[in-house]
Design a protein around this ligand. Structure first.
Ligand SMILES: NC(=O)c1ccc[n+]([C@@H]2O[C@H](COP(=O)([O-])OP(=O)(O)OC[C@H]3O[C@@H](n4cnc5c(N)ncnc54)[C@H](O)[C@@H]3O)[C@@H](O)[C@H]2O)c1
Length: 438
């Protein structure tokens, strides 16, 4: 019998999850997985754990859970490793992050205490608001990458992992544009040896991961792996990569609402978004250079969804403003306000106001889990380079050169599910449906 779909290696053995940064997102993710394993919580928000996928015709009634449809690693097979500039173990870091309740964290104290962050590759030039003692030293950036690679290999052996995945959950670095040093792998490696400022710490981690054949996702808006040199390396080593910037909070709302406005051809005059945020991420983003990286990532979304060039009467020249204000009393519980000025029939104006009392890391944790499991799946399927089907999870999805990113959450979800159908040799779903009426 001819097998349909793609040959997928079984997810046998432990999957090591390497998290750069052990802050609010990482600890909420790790503690969450530990809690779910113990039956202390549900994986709400995670497509891999709770999502289903329709197969074949609507009349067939085939709707398996995604985790039963494609072979994913089990939560019990995940092992965690982290890096941070602060030496606190994951228990202390989770308490400091202030996202989860102390009562839950106490129940998970045993496993969390065991996770101690490895020394970070860090340079204040790239994250101006932070400094910490748990940092590596080396003669140059190339040597730091070698240190990371040795450490990763030791982690893998010590924990008996068969596979690894790395996710950047560390602070947002300053805004950088692609430069000459990023254009080829050879130039990139030379720049590392020359200690060039073009190479940020996040790029050093990504380089180390890709060299070792480890899938890499970037949860922050930094340039990191979104440069020709590292895309080249991903292809050379046969490694899947994805980014940038987890799609949570206000931008998630934007990519839910904007496609709806466009679908009904309602015009937009302006969208004003402001936030107050009191966690360490908010503090880092209080630096204009780190904020610039975030702002770029947040602003592009509406332009791409609304396509002003295709619908000039509706979307040309709308004003889009995004602000993040650091306000410590609020901690990780961000509050976002959106004022949306729209117009309808004959140009009559209307307004939409959104007040989102959101918990950023609660929205980010299931994204980290899904990315870990899907990147590992992609690796086992032999997929390499940019994984556009994972755009669903990102504010600034990486795409092939010359291709504009797809930001519409619903198109992204369709793309993701069709990719899974494709991997399994199932018919892609077009939603045409005329056959039901023949
Ligand atoms: N929903 C969300 O929370 C969300 C959404 C999108 C993007 N992000 C991004 O994810 C990242 C993590 O968010 P967070 O709320 O956990 O922030 P956080 O400040 O709580 O944690 C980040 C951690 O990274 C550490 N760090 C900084 N540079 C490092 C380096 N070079 N190596 C190792 N560790 C380093 C910091 O010490 C800190 O502990 C941020 O860049 C944030 O912008 C978060």
């Amino acid at each position: 019998m001819i097998e349909k779909g793609v040959r997928i290696k079984e997810p046998k053995g432990k999957l090591g999850v390497l998290l750069v940064g052990q802050g609010a997102v990482s600890t909420t993710f790790i503690a969450g997985v530990e809690a779910i394993r113990r039956g202390l919580g549900q994986p709400i928000g995670s497509l891999t754990q709770m999502g289903t996928i329709r197969l074949g015709k609507r009349t067939e009634g085939r709707v398996p859970r995604i985790k039963d449809f494609v072979p994913l690693a089990e939560l019990d097979d995940l092992v965690f490793g982290t890096w941070d500039i602060f030496p606190d173990d994951a228990y202390e870091a989770a308490l400091k992050a202030g996202v989860l309740e102390r009562e839950l964290i106490e129940k998970l104290k045993g496993p969390l205490k065991k996770i101690k962050p490895m020394k970070a590759v860090f340079d204040r030039q790239y994250v101006k608001k932070l400094s910490g003692p748990n940092v590596k030293t080396g003669v140059n950036k190339y040597e730091l990458a070698q240190q990371l690679m040795e450490e990763i290999s030791e982690f893998k052996a010590k924990n008996g992992c068969t596979r690894l995945v790395m996710i950047w959950c560390a602070s947002t670095e300053v805004y950088m544009k692609p430069e000459t040093a990023h254009q080829s792998l050879a130039a990139f490696e030379q720049a590392m040896k020359d200690n060039s400022p073009s190479i940020s710490p996040s790029m050093i981690y990504a380089y180390a991961a890709l060299q070792l054949g480890i899938p890499f996702a970037n949860g922050a808006p930094n340039l990191t792996v979104d440069i020709p040199a590292l895309i080249e390396l991903a292809h050379e080593r046969g490694v899947p990569i994805a980014g940038k910037d987890f799609k949570t909070g206000q931008t998630l709302m934007k990519t839910i609402i904007a496609p709806g406005l466009k679908a009904r051809l309602l015009g937009l005059r302006g969208w004003y978004s402001t936030n107050i945020l009191g966690n360490r991420d908010g503090e880092v983003l209080d630096d204009p250079e780190s904020f610039k990286t975030k702002e770029e990532s947040k602003l592009s979304v509406l332009e791409y969804i609304l396509q002003p060039q295709v619908y000039p009467q509706l979307y040309q020249d709308f004003t889009h403003v995004v602000r993040i204000n650091y306000y410590p009393p609020r901690g990780d519980n961000k509050e976002g306000w959106d004022n949306i000025d729209i117009f309808g029939w004959l140009g009559y104006p209307m307004q939409i106001k959104i007040n989102f009392l959101c918990r950023d890391s609660i929205l980010a944790a299931p994204i980290v889990l899904d990315l870990v499991l899907f990147l590992d799946l992609a690796q086992r399927c032999g997929m390499r380079g940019i994984q556009e089907w994972l755009s669903f999870y990102f504010k600034s999805p990486m795409t092939a050169p010359g291709l504009y990113p797809e930001h519409d959450l619903f198109i992204q979800l369709m793309k993701l599910k069709n990719t899974l159908r494709h991997l399994r040799g199932e018919e892609l779903i077009t939603h045409l449906g005329l056959e039901y009426y023949d």
